[in-house]
Design a protein around this ligand. Structure first.
Ligand SMILES: Nc1ncnc2c1ncn2[C@@H]1O[C@H](COP(=O)(O)OP(=O)(O)OP(=O)(O)O)[C@@H](O)[C@H]1O
Length: 335
């Protein structure tokens, strides 16, 4: 478990201390995929770089599995950093080294592994990231997705228990993003690794994370299970991210609300009930008619969900709402 206790970070710029992270306390559970989402400059990288002490906090403490890591000496820090792998937006591979040697590099640097151990581990990792056939290639001979797979294999070389991902898919096309996210999810499941993932895309969070923290101007403004934060965003920054990921223009939606007749409800379905033919039976039971203003059915990690915005007219609205709520549908009245 990673516990931040009143952790803060200021950078000195022109002799002045500029806060990048205001005092923040929360915990990341062992084995979870934890997302940190925020606009550029929100403080995401700062927070993540504090975990492996690439940046030193200006206040507060970070405890990892009960140990305060902020007071480690140089030798403790070297050992600790082997326990925390990191992957980057632009891969940061060594261009003069082959795939094999890139993956072996952190093990060689650690100076505690035999040649055979390194060879065995690299072969194992090449298989894990499906790059065995590319072992002798150089980074310039690989696609973006393949480069990130090398980055992932290299980050896992010393068998870390924490993997930090700094905008790991931001330089990749949507299809490659999907396959890299799937690989991260498999690694999390199979190796039990804790993954902390920074992104500016809520869609990445939706696909792979268990919980998420939303950051704005150096503060965590909202945090919780992805399904809660994604389906019922509270903070305006979170709402912006969710609307952005759903390609919803909130102004356009407000216009649609004005045009629609009747009471506007936003319904949220979760789990298998997403596929139930509920609306027809509610309409028959209550006598209401409805028109669909917007709708989406998708997945949060492996759980299906649906969100529908409906305009309801006629019939008995109270009966309709009671029937929806009885079927575990979350109902929000929009006007
Ligand atoms: N080394 C540094 N020196 C001075 N200021 C810094 C330094 N690193 C970051 N900052 C400032 O701290 C704030 C937070 O930066 P940070 O990189 O953590 O944000 P971010 O959310 O990761 O942004 P991005 O998505 O653009 O990477 C910004 O205002 C940034 O200018």
């Amino acid at each position: 478990m990673i516990v931040f206790d009143q952790i803060e970070k200021s950078y000195r710029v022109g002799g002045k201390a500029i806060p990048a992270l205001h005092p923040t306390s929360f915990a990341i559970e062992t084995g979870e995929v934890f997302g940190i989402v925020g606009h550029s400059g929100a403080g995401k990288s700062t927070l993540v770089r504090l975990i492996n002490l690439l940046e030193h906090p200006t206040g507060g403490s970070i405890k990892i599995d009960g140990e305060d890591v902020t007071h480690y000496n140089a030798a403790q820090l070297r050992a600790f950093r082997r326990n925390v792998g990191m992957i980057f937006q632009h891969f940061n591979l060594l261009s003069s080294k082959t795939v094999n040697d890139n993956i072996a590099f952190p093990m060689k640097l650690a100076g505690i592994y035999t040649k055979t151990e390194i060879q065995q581990r690299v072969a194992e990792l090449l298989e894990l990231v499906s790059l065995s056939e590319h072992a002798t290639k150089f980074p310039s001979q690989l696609s973006g997705g393949q480069k990130q797979r090398v980055g992932i294999a290299r980050a896992l070389a010393c068998r870390p228990t924490i993997l930090l991902c700094d905008e790991a898919t931001s330089a990749l096309d949507p299809q490659t993003t999907q396959s890299v996210l799937k690989l991260l999810a498999d690694i999390n499941r199979e190796l039990g690794l804790t993954i902390v993932l920074i992104t500016h895309e809520m869609d990445v969070v939706r696909r792979v994370c268990d919980r998420v923290a939303v950051m704005d101007a150096g503060r965590v403004v909202e945090m919780g299970p992805v399904s809660d934060v994604f389906l019922h965003p509270q903070h305006p920054t979170t709402r912006d991210f969710v609307f952005e990921s759903e390609n919803v223009d909130s102004l356009e939606l407000q216009q649609d609300f004005k045009k629609a007749k009747g009471r506007i409800l936003r319904l949220t379905f979760k789990g298998e009930s997403t596929y139930d033919p509920l609306l027809g039976s509610v309409a028959r039971k209550s006598g209401v008619d409805f028109s669909i203003i917007s709708g989406r059915i998708d997945h949060i990690k492996d759980t299906p969900y649906g969100q529908l915005t409906l305009a309801l007219v006629g019939g008995d609205l109270a009966v309709a709402m009671a029937a929806l709520e009885a079927a575990d549908v979350h109902v929000e009245v929009m006007n």
